[in-house]
Design a protein around this ligand. Structure first.
Ligand SMILES: [Zn+2]
Length: 126
């Protein structure tokens, strides 16, 4: 039987995951890189000049002062969880073939089941 490349792809080990995405800032950088691979671009005017406001949660366009949230219109906007919590949940959910239940996710990540349950539908929507 042919090997399924998805099934056999190498996972990210726990230590390696922590090294790459262990801090909120690292997760933030990953989202920024994914959303704006060439750096921030204002969705309104296309400008690149910007400043960061409100503890860096918002990008403010220098031309028209329009503010853009990093997580607006992404799955991460669905809850008030930190990006770090999201990334950890995603990592755990993608490390097994069968996925992971919200109860198991909560147990592993030491978060309430309610929180885990909020994260899961967010992922299923994407
Ligand atoms: Zn702009």
């Amino acid at each position: 039987m042919a090997r399924n490349t998805v099934q056999f792809q190498k996972g990210l080990s726990e230590p390696e995951f922590e090294r790459q995405f262990g801090t909120e800032e690292q997760c933030r950088a990953a989202v920024i890189g994914s959303r704006w691979p060439e750096g921030f671009v204002c969705p309104e005017c296309g400008g690149r000049q910007h400043s960061l406001v409100k503890t860096r949660a918002l990008f403010q366009c220098s031309a028209r002062r329009r503010q853009t949230s990093l997580i607006a219109r992404t799955i991460f906007a669905a809850t008030k969880l930190s990006l770090r919590t999201w990334f950890r949940a995603i990592h755990h959910m993608t490390q097994t073939k069968q996925g992971i239940s919200s109860i198991e996710l909560g147990r592993r990540r030491d978060v309430t089941q309610n929180t885990a349950w909020k994260v899961k539908p967010g992922l299923n929507r994407s």
